[in-house]
Design a protein around this ligand. Sequence first.
Ligand code: FEO
Length: 393
Amino acid sequence: MKPLAIAENIYDVGIIDWTTRDFHGYVTPRGVTYNSYLIVDEKICLIDAVKAPFTDEYIKNISKVVDPADIDYVIVNHVEPDHSGALPKLAELAPNAVFFITPQGKNEAIQHYGDIFNFVTVKEGDVLSLGKRELQFLPLPMLHWPDSMSTYLKEDQILFSNDAFGQHYCTSNRFDDQIDESILFFEAQKYFANILSPYAKLVEKALQKIEGLPLKMIAPSHGAIWRSHIEKIVSQYSKWGVGVKNDTLIIAYETMWGGTENVARSILTGAASAGIPVKLFRLNSTDNSHIVAELLEAGGVLFGSPTLNYGMMPAMGGLLTYLKGLKPGKKLAAAFGTYGWSGGAQKDMEEFLAKAGFDLQPGFNCKWKPQSGETGEAEKFGYEFAMKIKENK
Ligand code: FEO
């Protein structure tokens, strides 16, 4: 069977990778797709490629529509290997193809694969005629690599957005209105939080570039194609870009002999009594990518760890190192935990929270495990932290 035509003579020739669960540390319980689109006009044009191990399957998909040797143009919106791994094979099979790319992308591609492509570099506003159709290039630098770009197909009103608006979500149905909306938006939120969050301030600028473009579809390079919820996903990107805060409290903790877990649950009881939603995650049973997604819209977060060898537990170190890079915004945050004969975890955690850009609040600590009076103090701490979230909303 021919690949799905998402519009007349525009085919979805990418790969649905149902089994990948780890995308450079981003846990992907719903798999990953590497979308690529083939436009058959007077010129034959491919938008983006796929990860190297899927090259054979990808070439088969293309071959069901055209002979790969007949490809005239390849648009390289982004050089990260999940979209560029198959490019060397394409260069071999389509020796006359011209590869359109940003100057930064050209440098990156040569570093990755050698100087093997017939490149033409493009900049903002450049256009490429395919015959009856015209492509317009819209670079999106640092969303999320220096080379990142999107490409707009004027006649069909499709934005090929590459990573932007993507989700790691495999489904056999390829359009947003054919799949579960709440899962789709959570996966889009998770993608934004884990991939685009460090560059959130640039999102508004990117949205200004597409503002005013008539859009029938946003076709990203991961996950479902947007055609029915375009306004909603663009509006979500705008909110996530400037930083959104609801009144949810996230508690993320690790524990050794149950003392810190005991504190975490007491804090939860106190915070919930203030009437806000509270979500509790133990690090050994929740991946960091999920916690980061939950954190994107939360009003505040508490991190808990006992002291181990004068510092925080390694799992907490992993989460906080990740957050230090992601810079999730000036949300209220504090550290809590337990210790035996010396502390250290709280100081460790607070140093990371400050570096990550959180609005650091006083924390809570007790020896070994909360005694009867201390349980009440932990509840009070949770209640007071929840009230700060409500006031800060
Ligand atoms: Fe999907 Fe930045 O690669």
